[in-house]
Ligand binder design. Structure first.
Ligand code: PXG
Length: 296
């Protein structure tokens, strides 16, 4: 029989089938919590420090005090990967408000719950990277920056789920969301880039996007390759008439988009610049310099 994965819950490692939390946890009752997704590529926890930094930023925005130092958190995550023995894995770190009573007041929760899951994830079909994916422009607008904004990686993903349901309903792979002004914001769980005339554009944080770690790294990589990258407001018309469009995210890396709302992007195949970035990013994923080595 295959060994069950071990899940870290508040300092204990328990088999997946017994990894349970209280129904009174406010993460469950109210989506009151934060999370991060981290990949392990060839034994290296990729950009783990950036993810841990963002986890603490998200927690701070919610007045959620994580009971571990960043150093302790890094150790707990690395140890969870090690005990599971996976050289290629997906890590989900969650910090919830913890167990409280009914009633949403966070002051009723005595201490946060920390969960670390080490497993696998599949967000797109296998051909997504070679052939590209299709997308809709969702009628669901991205959360406002002065509301439950996706700049905070919280456990509230209903905004993205509503958009994803619309994509599912018409058989599209992803949903692109607009901000409340009508400018392009991001995908349900990925950031978006367009290429026009050899220049790379991506929406600004003020469009309510998650400041993606892959997004940031791709911007640096593109500049290293000599491309000009501009953060700006992007209209739906600019998106639909782009030469190339691609999405970025932790689990997906870079995914070309070849059709949006019935319009073919470029010639309907992953674009030249997209493919170049995909190739370079693939090299980065194997570089120990980009993270922390879990296994010697
Ligand atoms: N925007 C949103 C709303 C996201 O949730 C990204 C952008 C990309 O950011 P990073 O930092 O990953 O480059 C995300 C990331 C999942 C899953 O479980 C979601 C994400 C990443 C990995 C897995 O669906 N979201």
């Amino acid at each position: 029989m295959e060994k069950e994965p071990l899940v870290y819950i508040d300092g204990s490692l328990v088999p997946k089938s017994q990894a349970k939390i209280s129904v009174f946890d406010h993460g469950f009752l109210y989506g009151d919590g934060v999370f991060e997704s981290i990949m392990v590529f060839n034994g290296v926890a990729f950009q783990i420090k950036e993810h841990v930094d963002r986890l603490y930023d998200s927690a701070k925005a919610l007045c959620l005090e994580i009971p571990l130092t960043k150093e302790e958190m890094l150790k707990a995550i690395i140890n969870a990967v090690r005990v599971n023995g996976l050289r290629d894995a997906y890590i989900r770190v969650l910090v919830t408000r913890g167990v409280g009573d009914l009633g949403l007041d966070p002051r009723k929760c005595r201490k946060p719950t920390l969960i670390i899951i080490v497993d696998k994830i599949k967000l797109f079909k296998d051909e997504a990277w070679s052939q590209g994916v299709t997308a809709i422009i969702s009628s669901v607008r991205r959360d406002r920056v002065d509301a439950t904004t996706h700049e905070i990686k919280s456990m509230n993903y209903l905004n993205s789920i509503l958009a994803k349901l619309e994509a599912n309903a018409v058989g599209a792979d992803e949903a692109i969301m607009l901000d409340e002004r009508g400018f392009v914001s991001e995908g349900a769980t990925d950031n978006i880039f367009i290429v026009k005339g050899g220049v790379i554009y991506t929406p600004q944080r003020s469009s309510g996007i998650l400041p993606g770690i892959t997004r940031r790294r791709i911007m640096m990589l593109a500049e290293e390759l000599g491309y000009h990258v501009v953060e700006k407001d992007i209209t739906p018309a600019e998106l639909l008439t782009a030469d190339e469009v691609f999405l970025t995210g932790t689990a997906a890396s870079i995914v070309p988009v070849v059709k949006i709302a019935g319009r073919t992007i470029g010639d309907g195949k992953p674009g030249v610049i997209t493919r170049k970035l995909m190739e370079k990013f693939r090299e980065l994923k194997e570089s120990p310099a980009e993270g922390i080595k879990v296994f010697e």
